[in-house]
Design a protein around this ligand. Structure first.
Ligand code: ZN
Length: 487
């Protein structure tokens, strides 16, 4: 069935050539966009069977949240306050909240309602069968009807200190050592061949892309990283998604070990390329940036999360100036703990002004659409509204965004970049299918899930057990940071 989707404006084109079509529309058929143009002309030419939109909405490509770990409930609400990365990370290992299925129902609902049509999930191995660990996430996204870039995770070392865990454990006071040993690093069980086979066992499909996800260079032995790089570069149907330089000491550790510079080494073993994305990259040098730009490797900034943990700022301005593709993720931790990608785009690009890079409104939006789609493994299919692309579309409430008025020359694109938030999302389509309209979900039902989560979370947070655990875990984290600093 042909459908005309139209608004007071339609945002299309790419970063270099943004286009705002006043009165713009597109015709979708069988989930694909067949034409983009002026609404009346498209009506005459295609005689669409149905129409969606109106003069009070802006039509834009679906948003891409390029880095999440898969939790709907912020760790802070489960008793883990923000804190320095080492301490916080150790605490995170012990966070328990509501049932996983409920979390996923809430998460997919939250993403859809904020205009997100594609998400990259960065998995952290929990010690079990990797495909089984990924399956609930894959199933939840399939049920919700949104696209998933599934980055299966691998770690094989450096749970505590990124150097010498045995010596670190031995250095702890007896009570803390017993606790730390009980934190049971799961990665000892995993071998790299099993990991590679698991990645290859998950078949990409229309709504599912697969990525090799070595969690970070400091957490993967160089020999295993080389094997992963070889498998990934030979596999054109899958990408790479990896944390990189989110911690300054990662460079020191790896360069001491490799006797050479980290990012050029990743390049040499074949891990960088247009199908690869690296996330955070706070501590990149300008040489690193130039190499990432040359290899067309996407950097995913998670600005809020890094700010919340005082970890640093991904230099989006300098990276964009040097031609690095940049996408944006929320890392389960935005400034307002609301998973609002539109606000996150604004934060990342506004901070770039401190680097004297004033991104245009079109560029700002492209980081959360076209660039994200590419990083997620769907760049050929979504990210812009153009004939031949799949119909992943968001309609934003222009009445709200433009209230109480906008001067001549202030475009809908200017206003979307400057002030739109998740609250302005009216309608969301993936593959031409309406998933959300005027506050109502069509595929997921997050409200009852959230209601049940309330009860479960109340139960796990009622006792002081969780707080005691976090306090102990943070002591371990602090000791690990001291150990690393003294090494
Ligand atoms: Zn992350």
């Amino acid at each position: 069935m042909t459908t005309l989707v139209h608004g007071c404006a339609l945002l299309t084109g790419d970063v270099e050539d943004p286009q705002i079509l006043a009165g713009g529309a597109l015709v979708g058929d069988d989930g694909a966009i067949v034409a983009v143009g002026e609404a009346d002309a498209l009506r005459r030419e295609h005689a669409p069977a149905a129409e969606l939109g109106g003069d009070d909405v802006v039509v834009m490509p679906g948003l891409v949240n390029a880095h999440v770990h898969g939790f709907a409930t912020p760790a802070l609400q489960l008793g883990l306050p923000d804190g320095p990365y080492d301490e916080w990370m150790m605490g995170l290992m012990g966070v328990s909240g509501a049932d996983h299925e409920l979390e996923l129902e809430a998460l997919t609902g939250l993403l859809i309602a904020s205009g997100v049509t594609t998400t990259i999930w960065s998995h952290f191995p929990a010690g079990g069968d990797l495909v089984e660990e990924a399956q609930p996430m894959i199933d939840a996204f399939a049920r919700a009807g949104i696209r998933l870039g599934c980055a299966l995770g691998y770690v094989d070392r450096n749970f505590f200190t990124w150097g010498d865990d045995a010596r670190f454990l031995a250095s702890l006071p007896a009570d803390l050592r017993a606790f730390a040993e009980g934190m049971a690093p799961p990665q000892g069980e995993l071998d790299v061949e099993t990991f590679i086979a698991a990645c290859q066992a998950i078949e990409p499909s229309d709504l599912l892309a697969v990525h090799y996800g070595p969690v970070a260079p400091r957490l993967v032995s160089p020999a295993a990283m080389e094997k992963i790089a070889a498998a990934a570069s030979a596999d054109e149907r899958r990408g790479v998604h990896m944390h990189l330089l989110d911690y300054a000491e990662e460079r020191t550790l790896l360069e001491g070990e490799l006797g050479r510079s980290l990012v050029p080494w990743l390049d040499e073993i074949g891990l960088l390329g247009p199908r690869s994305a690296v996330t955070h990259v706070i501590h990149a040098t300008t040489d690193d940036m130039d190499l990432l730009a040359e290899r067309e490797t996407t950097v995913i900034a998670n600005t809020s999360a890094n700010l919340r943990l005082g970890a640093g700022i991904t230099k989006v301005g300098e990276m964009r100036r040097r031609g690095v593709p940049v996408a944006i993720g929320t890392d389960d931790m935005t400034l307002g703990l609301d998973t609002d990608l539109l606000s996150e785009l604004r934060l990342a690009t506004t901070l770039a002004r401190l680097e004297d890079r004033w991104t245009s409104p079109a560029e700002t939006i492209a980081l959360g659409t076209a660039a994200g789609a590419r990083a997620a493994g769907f760049g050929d299919r979504v990210g812009t509204l153009a004939a031949g692309k799949r119909a992943d579309i968001v309609l934003l409430d222009y009445e709200r965004i433009s209230s109480p008025g906008a001067a001549v020359g202030v475009t809908p694109l200017d206003l979307v970049a400057a002030k739109a938030t998740a609250a302005d999302v009216r309608t969301v389509l993936v593959d031409g299918r309406v998933l959300y309209r005027d506050g109502r979900h069509e595929t997921v039902d997050p409200a009852p899930a959230i209601e049940r989560m309330r009860g479960e979370i109340a139960a796990v947070t009622a006792s002081s057990e969780a707080a005691d655990y976090f306090a102990q875990a943070r002591r371990v984290g602090r000791a690990a940071a001291d150990f690393i600093a003294a090494a």
